[in-house]
Design a protein around this ligand. Structure first.
Ligand code: CTP
Ligand code: MN
Ligand code: MN
Length: 497
């Protein structure tokens, strides 16, 4: 049934104290960290079983913490065990395997962690549990999974991303989304997939996905992915769409015209670049370079000063990838608003004004608000929201960045260009905008899909509409929205789906 995704790796553990063992045992199964529950087992039996497991190369933790992967118990009273586990205040509880002693004895007999089967699982039967099988079952919805920036399956997800991009560039939506979903499921796993068997209970993995995984497991790479990466059209479209303001349609048009490089494009007199594309080419080196956390913080200071000079009670929030805890991003996203209804609409033009006067605005594209509360709910999904917003390129001075700029070696300009997005929703739409702009895109897609499919509700960056009750639901925080949807709250840093 449930296969343990573990391949033994032998390594001498030098810091034995770390796992609380006297130095000699060799750790054979680094990815398995056991915790034996003392209640019912008793202290002396627990101590005996601990020694036994350690002598066979298992790591046994003395205390229950988030590093534990396998909790082993002899307690047959499921509910009291689970009540106790929940009181331990673990972040990671839904990712832990809570196992009956039979799994432990089987593993000791085999001398390795045996595959976890349903019969081994002690499942939570408490009424407040979201689903009884939450311990091991992975939801098909990203908004029911916790996905940190730590990706244990990067080889697979990188390959899926290439495949998804290939379909996206060819405007084939279905398979594109399928690969994105599959990648998202694998990103949520606290373990690395080491065999196809380990994936059999995972959702969203189709035939094609699995065959790619099988290839990677066998050969370390996928022939199909390599073929795409070396394909001239793919390479050229990727290059062209990497320019700010160039989408797949324009890229394809240029490709069909026989253009293959930036020089080809810039030398073609029949091509009229729009303002955005001109800036895209002008600042290409800078804006295709990742923005660091320190740079995002520096920009936050700049925007913070600007909005507060304009409206002292303005609210500013960092959103997008940096709010999810990413170390680097392609831009920096902010939400700004004020408590005075209507005033938020003038906020962005005023900020733009100020940045212009400071001489740090390199490019701006402003979109005035087209938001109309009376037109809610919007039935079109994935479309941009209607709030006032702007897409900027700002000049960031190195002196303002703690630890300095993230620039190429030998770059002595002392500044760089950075992409910044600002969005200004009215205060009563703040929670929806914050949730919508925090991402990830896959997380957002699945929140909306979940609302629609499971709750008969419509969610977007503006509002949440209950189709059954025929009413808009109010929310002042993201937690309110999760609660309306009947979802467990997922922290921003767990939304890297
Ligand atoms: N978004 C949106 N409407 C837009 C642009 C973006 O709702 N017009 C949302 C996206 O759904 C995404 C979030 O805003 O969830 C941030 O978008 P983006 O900056 O493109 O992505 P990040 O997740 O921040 O990734 P990166 O770190 O690369 O910037
Ligand atoms: Mn971003
Ligand atoms: Mn953005």
């Amino acid at each position: 049934m449930f296969h343990s995704p573990i391949v033994p790796r032998v390594r001498k553990r030098s810091r034995a104290a770390e796992v609380g063992i006297p130095g000699r045992e060799e750790v054979k199964f680094e990815d398995v960290r056991l915790f034996l529950v003392e209640r019912k087992m008793g202290r002396s039996r627990r101590s005996f079983l601990t020694q036994l497991a350690r002598s066979k190369g298992f790591i046994v933790e003395d205390v229950l913490s988030d590093v534990v992967t396998h909790v082993v118990s002899e307690d047959i009273h499921t509910s009291s065990l689970w009540t106790w586990l929940k009181e331990c205040d673990l972040k990671n509880l839904t990712h832990m395997l809570v196992l009956d002693i039979s799994w432990f004895t089987d593993s000791m007999r085999e001398g390795r962690p045996v595959a976890v089967e349903t019969k081994h699982l002690i499942q939570d039967t408490l009424p407040e549990a979201s689903t009884p099988t939450a311990v091991v079952s992975v939801s098909q919805y990203a908004c029911q999974r916790r996905t940190t920036t730590e990706n244990n399956n990067k080889t697979f997800t990188d390959a899926f991303e290439v495949l998804a991009e290939r379909y996206e560039l060819n405007e084939i939506e279905g398979p594109c989304l399928a690969f994105r979903r599959a990648a998202s499921v694998l990103k949520s796993l606290p373990w690395a997939v080491r065999s196809l068997g380990a994936t059999q209970d995972l959702p969203c993995l189709g035939e094609h996905t699995k065959s790619v995984m099988e290839e990677i497991l066998q050969n370390g790479r996928s022939f199909e992915v390599e073929r795409i990466l070396s394909d001239e059209r793919f390479q050229t479209l990727k290059l062209f769409t990497s320019v700010f303001g160039v989408g797949p349609k324009t890229a394809d048009k240029w490709y069909r015209r026989g253009l293959r490089s930036f020089n080809d494009v810039l030398a073609d007199s029949s091509i009229q670049l729009n303002r955005m594309q001109q800036s895209g080419f002008l600042h290409y080196e800078d804006i295709s370079r990742a923005v660091s956390k320190a740079e995002a913080r520096a920009l936050r200071n700049i925007i913070d000063k600007a909005v507060h000079a304009i409206t002292p009670d303005a609210v500013l929030a960092l959103t997008g990838g940096f709010r999810r805890g990413k170390e680097f991003g392609h831009d920096v996203d902010f939400i700004v608003t004020t408590p005075e209804p209507g005033e938020e609409e003038t906020l962005i033009p005023k900020v733009i004004n100020r940045l212009t006067k400071q001489g740090i605005l390199l490019y701006t594209e402003y979109q005035a608000s087209t938001f109309d509360m009376s037109k809610l709910p919007c039935h079109r999904f994935e479309a941009m929201d209607h709030f006032a917003k702007c897409f900027l390129i700002l000049r960031l001075e190195g002196s303002q960045v703690e630890g300095g700029l993230h620039i190429a070696e030998g770059d002595s300009r002392g500044w760089r260009a950075v992409r910044v997005d600002l969005v200004a929703p009215p205060m009563d739409r703040y929670a929806f905008a914050l949730l919508g702009w925090t991402g990830s895109r896959q997380f957002e897609r699945d929140l909306r899909r979940y609302a629609r499919m499971e709750r008969q509700m419509l969610l977007d960056n503006h509002a949440l509409y209950d189709k059954t009750k025929k009413e808009l639901l109010a929310a002042t925080t993201e937690k309110d929205i999760f609660a309306h949807l009947g979802l467990e709250y997922i922290e921003p840093w767990q939304r890297n789906a």
